[in-house]
Design a protein around this ligand. Sequence first.
Ligand SMILES: [Zn+2]
Ligand SMILES: [Zn+2]
Length: 272
Amino acid sequence: MNTTSLEEDIPMEKTFFAHICEQYFYSSEWLTFTVFIYVTFELVFWSYNLFLVYIEYHDIPMFEKYRIQKRKPKLRFQPEIILEIRNETIKHQLSLIFTLSLIYPLLNLNGHVSVRSPIPPLLTILWQIIACLLTEDFIFYWTHYLFHTRLLYKYIHKQHHIFKQPTGFVSVLAHPLESIFQNQLGVWLAPFLIKDKHIFTLCLWIAIRVYQTINAHSGYDLPYISPQYYFPWLLSGTLQHDYHHQHSNMNYGSFLTIWDRLMGTHKIQKDE
Ligand SMILES: [Zn+2]
Ligand SMILES: [Zn+2]
């Protein structure tokens, strides 16, 4: 019954994103994209961070044994740091709305972000996510490496390094120039270069990236829920980034250990 000619004549059933776009966002693809990316970010950001707040305040032995900087008191005994994290998080949450509203028109300068078309095949999603991950890892390593040169560190990157004992919220707290050139550029460069991109793939990519960076800043080397638990030889993780915050050097990568291993900047040390 469903011949090709009939399929061409009958209008296609509306996809989930097309329905949401028309029903709730005045048929604006820009608004649909911005809200979906924002909600994806916030869902991952708050669920992982609230989990970390819970284990910070409840001293659960099952989690305590995975805390990395055991010699230092927990953050809840350092009210000035908690206050700093709270104030900076509020600022970040407000600036995020502005930043994300610019992404859709920027991505459309090269190709088009599909909002109404069906979700792409699994293989397309897979290669695009891998391309995003490899590009982000490259940009992050080298911009981060540069931000550790004397002047850039002093005037820009030091703001991220005031947190010697990181926790999930710290992952997004940085000087605006660092946020743009290290974080946003790394995340959005591959989606910009890929001409045919879909809102679903980009939401998935944002979820992966936010999860990765909160995990790296969590302060706990947790098994099972940490990707590096499964591939410690390939993936950079909490131990590496925690060391980076403690010593302000080494381990400049985000997802992978490849650049750190190639450049001789890979190091892990656990505080027992
Ligand atoms: Zn960091
Ligand atoms: Zn750094």
